[in-house]
Design a protein. Structure first.
Length: 405
């Protein structure tokens, strides 16, 4: 009889402990932000000290018979967040509510009580979400979406938990330290290279770099040219490995060869990165000069690989090492040197010949303009040889006349 009483008390204790634990974990889970347009998304935050598995929980609007079930394997680490995308039946033009239920409470049951909820009057528009600001407070504001980031600091809140290795138990062993969690912040994706002027028969492409320590999947993101330009943005979905590159190939051309902008937009068409470039060369790309650099230059295309070196555009003219001069020019140069002129021989040559300097030939480089030494056309040298010969003959005749006199 005593044994039966003890078993009953033990079962009651375990049930009460389970209910208390469930209540504790539910009380640490909140809706911290949600977006209605263009795609419905909800950010769930765990304010507790332990990981909570929310697989099989439910998200729903204010009533109805359909609801969203959280996928299996969805866990929220302590003081982190997850972002869920799906159809939550949220109204755009009229009032509605977002409600979160645990797995023990069906949204369609009249006895169910939501873990968290918020009622709104209408959608704030595309790319604008309802947010608790500060995070986890009771104050809700309408602000540009920050899904996956803390609303106040804008730092990433999605964490990929790393398992802790259990040490082999020995007398002298010490527990291995837990590896630092890796942060997956989708704002750390950048434009690294792009091909605005592909060869005939090929397509434009944009290379992106994932600066996160884990792979990221960009679902329904966009590539666009200059804002409010003539071409429409191009939607894409791409998975990029950690610290690696991924390429988006555009089905139709949108970039101008004479100069344009390349912009990276997230799923709400919010600009996360952009590059402006000048005129392009056929089959050459624009890309970082070094990793994560803000300086871009023209180079040989290296899609999905580290960028190459910058290329100079155009040809650098050459200057002859020796410029032929006439006697008149040589006398003028010697006279200028004896008078202490600091001009270079090339400049003295032009002074002696009394010819205007030709405009310098320039070489365009993506990081600036370099000027070559001026070149003198060959016909200019030949054009002064006849006057020089005439001057020499007159000098000889004058000396001969004086001798006869």
């Amino acid at each position: 009889m005593i044994y039966i009483v003890i078993m009953i008390l033990l079962v009651l204790f375990l049930l009460s402990f389970k209910n208390a634990y469930a209540a504790e974990t539910s009380s640490s889970i909140f809706i911290n932000e949600f977006l209605i347009e263009p795609t419905q998304q909800v950010e769930i935050v765990n304010n507790g000290t332990s990981t909570v598995d929310i697989s099989g929980w439910f998200l729903d609007d204010n009533g109805g018979t359909t609801y969203y079930t959280v996928p299996d394997g969805t866990v929220v680490g302590a003081n982190t967040c997850v972002v869920l995308s799906g159809s939550f039946n949220l109204n755009k033009t009229s009032s509605d509510a977002i409600r979160l239920f645990d797995k023990n409470s069906l949204p369609t049951s009249t006895s169910s009580s939501p873990v968290d909820e918020y009622t709104y009057s209408k959608s704030p528009g595309e790319g604008v979400s309802f947010q608790r600001t500060p995070d986890l407070s009771t104050t809700w504001l309408e602000l540009p979406e920050t899904l996956g980031r803390w609303n106040q600091s804008r730092e990433g809140c999605t964490i990929v938990p790393t398992p802790t290795r259990t040490p082999t138990p020995t007398v002298t062993s010490t527990p291995s330290p837990t590896q630092k969690p890796l942060q997956n912040d989708i704002s750390r994706v950048y434009i690294s290279e792009f091909l605005p002027a592909p060869p005939s028969g090929e397509k434009e492409w944009v290379e992106l770099y994932n600066d996160n320590d884990v792979p990221v999947t960009l679902t329904d993101w966009y590539i666009d040219d200059v804002k409010d330009g003539g071409a429409s943005e191009k939607k894409f979905t791409l998975t990029i490995p950690a610290k690696r590159y991924g390429v988006v190939t555009l089905a139709t051309a949108i970039f101008n060869n004479s100069g344009d902008s390349v912009r990276l937009l997230n799923m709400t068409k919010t600009e996360l990165d952009s590059v402006q470039y000048g005129s392009s060369q056929i089959a050459l790309s624009w890309g970082w000069s070094t990793l994560l650099d803000s300086t871009y230059c023209i180079q040989e295309p290296t899609p999905e690989e580290e960028n190459g070196t910058c290329k100079s555009v155009g040809l650098t003219p050459t200057v002859p090492s020796v410029i032929p001069v006439s006697p008149l020019q040589e006398n003028a140069m010697l006279r200028a040197e004896s008078e202490g002129s600091q001009d270079s021989p090339h400049t003295l040559y032009h002074i002696a010949a009394q010819l205007p300097l030709q405009a310098p030939v320039t070489t365009q480089d993506v990081r600036g303009v370099s000027t070559s030494i001026p070149r003198v056309p060959d016909h200019a040298v030949h054009s002064i040889s006849i006057p020089a010969l005439g001057f020499s003959l007159l000098s000889i005749l004058s000396i001969a006349a004086k001798m006869n006199a």
